[in-house]
Ligand binder design. Structure first.
Ligand code: HEM
Ligand code: HEM
Length: 530
C-alpha cells in the first residue's frame, strides 16, 4: 500500500513541507548496541542539559557586578557587611529566592558530575580503542569539550565573588602574569586594569553563560551527529562484525531507555543537591584581597593544577629585565597545554606506530591492547598523583607528617608512579590474555570434581559461552608487526633514527601476542610432571 495513504493529515502536512517521512523512516530504525559503558557519554549529555536548565534560572537572579553594596538579606550573620553585588545576589539566591538554594546546588553538583562523566567516558573510549579510524574527529571534538568543561566549571565557581572565587582568580592572574613578555599586558587586558578591578566578573559572566555554553552546544551537536552518522562501536560477539550493529532500534526501545536514563541522572543529581551541601559561600565570606581562603577547596577537576603548582620547585630567572617565573609557567601553563595536546594527538600517534589504517567498529578489550592500556593507566596514575598533591597540606595535617615529606613523596611519584603503573598493567594484561587463551582451549573451571569409575578424580571444565569465547579470541592480528629496519651502512641519520623508533614502538604495541605460550611450549608444559 502507498505509505502516504497510511499517514495522518498532520503527518502528511508536515511531510509535504519538510520531507520528514523519509527522514524519520531512515532514522527511526537505527540500531544502538547495548552495553553499560556506552551510558557514560549519556551521563555527560544529561548533566549538561541540567546545567543549561538550572543556569538559566540562576542568571535571572545573579547580579554580575563587583560594585559594593551593604548586605541586608535573611542571613543574619552577614547583615550590614559591605560585599559585592555578585556575592550578595548569590547569598540571596541561596536564602531568599524560592527554591534558589536547591537550584544552585543542582547546578554545582551537575557541574561536578559533568566533568567526572566526561573523564570516565574518555577513559572508556581510550581503553576500548573507540577513537580509532573513523572516529578521530570525534576524539578531537571530545578533547576540546573536556578542556572547555574544566574552564566553564572554574569560571562558574569564580562568579559568586566569595573567598574561594577570589583565591582561585588570584592564582589565575598569577598564571597569566607568568607568561613571558605578554603576561603583564594580558593580565591588565583580562582584568581591565589592576587585579581584582571591577570589570572581571561581568566579563566572566558573559563568557560563562553565553560564550562557552554556545561553543559547547555547537560541539556536542556535532559530536552526536557524527556518532549518528558513523554508528556506535560494539563489543565483538556472535553475529557482530565490523559492518553491522546488533542492538535495539531507536524507536521505541532506545528512546524509552534513554529518556528513563535522563530522568535517573536528573533525579540522582537533585537528590544529591537536596541532601549534600556544596559550596556554602556564606561560610567562606566575601573575597578580600588581603584575606586567605581557609577550609575551602577548589572543585575536584581543578585539583591536578593545584597539585602541579604545589610540586614545582621555586625557580625563576631574570632575563633582559624580564622575570621568567618557571614555578608558575611550567605547572600551570605548559603542563596543562601538554596534557590536552597529548590526549588530542594520541589516536594519530597510535596509528603512526601500529600502521593500522583500517576502520574499526568493534571495541578492543583493554587486556588485548596491553601497551595502550598500560599507557592509559600510567597517565591516570600521573594525573592521580598530581591530584592528590593538591591536598598535600590536608594529608600532612591528617596524618601528622611534615609538609615537605608529602611534597617530596609526590615529586618522586610524579616520575616513578607512572612507570610502575605501566609495567604492572602490561604484565596484568598479558597474564589475563594467557588465562583467556587457556579458558578457550581447556574450558572454564566449573568447581565440580568428579570421580571416575577407575577411582581417578577430574575437574569438570565448562565450555565458555560463544560471546565469551569470541571476546577472548579477538586479539590484534599479527599482520601489524613490522620488522626492525636494518641498514647496510649503520649511519644514524635522522630518518633512520625515526624509522628505528617507530619500528621498536610498533613491536611494543603489536608483538605482545608472542607472550602467550606457543603450541610447542604448551606441549612442553603438559609433559612436565606435576
Ligand atoms: C560534553 C562532553 C561529551 C558529551 C556530552 C559526549 C557525548 C557522547 C555520547 C552520548 C556518545 C555515545 C554514547 C557513548 O559512547 O558513550 C559519545 C561517543 C563518543 N565520544 Fe563523547 N561526549 C563528550 C566528551 C567526549 C570526550 C572528552 C571524548 C574523547 C576525548 C569523546 C569521544 C567520543 C567518541 C570517540 C565517541 C564514539 C564512541 C563509539 O562509537 O564507541 N567524547 N559521546
Ligand atoms: C558546562 C556547563 C556549566 C558548568 C560546568 C557550570 C558550572 C558552574 C559552577 C560550578 C557554578 C558555581 C555554583 C555555585 O555558586 O556553587 C556556576 C555558577 C553559575 N552558573 Fe554555571 N555552569 C555551566 C553552565 C551554565 C549556563 C549554561 C548558565 C546560564 C545560562 C550558567 C549560569 C550560572 C550562573 C548565573 C552562576 C552564578 C550563580 C551561582 O554561583 O550560584 N551556567 N556554574
Amino acid at each position: 500500500m502507498n505509505k502516504r495513504a497510511l499517514m495522518t493529515d498532520s503527518e502528511r502536512a508536515l511531510d509535504e513541507r519538510l520531507g520528514s517521512a523519509a527522514f524519520l523512516r531512515r532514522n527511526i530504525r537505527k540500531v544502538f548496541p547495548e552495553q553499560w559503558s556506552f551510558l557514560l557519554g549519556e551521563i555527560a549529555l544529561y548533566s549538561f542539559m541540567l546545567l543549561v536548565l538550572t543556569g538559566v534560572f540562576l542568571s535571572l537572579f545573579f547580579k554580575p557586578s563587583e560594585e559594593d553594596t551593604v548586605y541586608d538579606g535573611s542571613y543574619a550573620l552577614l547583615r550590614g557587611a559591605k560585599v559585592s553585588e555578585a556575592y550578595a545576589s548569590t547569598i540571596d539566591i541561596s536564602f531568599d529566592v524560592r527554591g534558589g538554594l536547591l537550584v544552585r546546588q543542582i547546578h554545582h553538583w551537575a557541574a561536578v558530575l559533568f566533568v567526572a562523566a566526561i573523564c570516565v567516558h574518555l577513559m572508556r573510549i581510550f581503553f576500548t580503542g573507540a577513537f580509532r579510524k573513523p572516529r578521530e574527529i570525534n576524539w578531537l571534538i571530545g578533547t576540546t569539550l573536556f578542556a572547555l568543561a574544566v574552564a566553564e566549571g572554574f569560571g562558574g565557581y569564580s562568579l559568586p565573588d566569595d573567598l574561594l572565587s577570589g583565591t582561585g582568580l588570584r592564582i589565575f592572574q598569577g598564571i597569566l602574569l607568568s607568561i613571558p613578555i605578554v603576561g603583564t599586558y594580558l593580565s591588565f587586558f583580562v582584568f581591565g586594569g589592576e587585579f581584582p578591578g571591577h570589570q572581571f566578573i561581568p566579563r566572566l559572566f558573559t563568557v560563562h553563560i553565553l560564550l562557552i555554553p554556545g561553543i559547547l552546544i555547537a560541539l556536542i551537536t556535532a559530536h552526536l551527529m557524527i556518532i549518528w552518522h558513523q554508528k556506535h562501536t560494539q563489543w565483538p560477539g556472535p553475529k557482530r562484525t565490523g559492518h553491522n550493529v546488533v542492538g535495539s532500534p531507536t524507536f521505541p526501545q532506545f528512546l524509552t531507555h534513554t529518556i528513563a536514563f535522563q530522568l535517573y541522572v536528573a533525579g540522582l543529581i537533585t537528590l544529591l543537591a537536596a541532601w549534600v551541601q556544596i559550596n556554602p559561600i556564606w561560610l567562606y565570606g566575601p573575597y578580600r584581597p588581603d584575606a586567605v581562603s581557609s577550609g575551602s577547596q577548589p572543585d575536584w577537576y581543578v585539583g591536578f593544577l593545584e597539585g602541579s603548582l604545589r610540586l614545582m620547585p621555586r625557580i625563576s630567572w631574570s632575563f633582559a629585565g624580564h622575570t621568567i617565573a618557571w614555578n608558575a609557567l611550567v605547572p600551570a601553563v605548559l603542563l596543562p597545554m601538554a596534557f590536552f595536546t597529548l590526549i588530542a594527538l594520541y589516536p594519530f600517534f597510535e596509528r603512526w606506530v601500529t600502521g593500522d589504517d583500517r576502520p574499526h567498529h568493534l571495541c578492543d578489550r583493554p587486556r588485548n591492547a596491553p601497551t595502550r592500556t598500560a599507557l592509559g593507566m600510567a597517565a591516570i596514575t600521573w594525573y592521580g598523583n598530581l591530584w592528590a598533591a593538591g591536598g598535600n597540606d590536608v594529608i600532612a595535617a591528617v596524618f601528622k607528617i611534615p609538609l615537605e615529606y608529602t611534597t617530596w613523596f609526590f615529586r618522586i611519584g610524579f616520575f616513578a608512579f607512572p612507570v610502575i603503573a605501566f609495567v604492572v598493567t602490561r604484565r596484568i594484561c598479558l597474564s589475563l590474555q594467557r588465562s583467556d587463551a587457556q579458558a578457550v582451549e581447556e574450558g572454564i573451571e566449573s568447581g565440580i570434581i568428579k570421580r571416575l569409575p577407575t577411582g581417578q578424580y577430574i575437574e569438570v571444565h565448562d565450555r565458555p559461552r560463544p560471546e565469551q569465547a569470541m571476546i577472548a579470541q579477538a586479539v590484534h592480528p599479527d599482520d601489524l608487526v613490522r620488522p626492525l629496519p636494518r641498514h647496510i651502512i649503520p649511519l644514524p641519520t635522522p630518518n633512520r633514527i625515526i624509522a628505528q623508533i617507530q619500528a621498536r614502538l610498533n613491536q611494543a604495541y603489536t608483538k605482545y601476542a608472542a607472550e602467550t605460550p606457543t603450541p610447542e611450549e604448551r606441549r612442553e608444559l603438559e609433559k612436565r610432571p606435576d
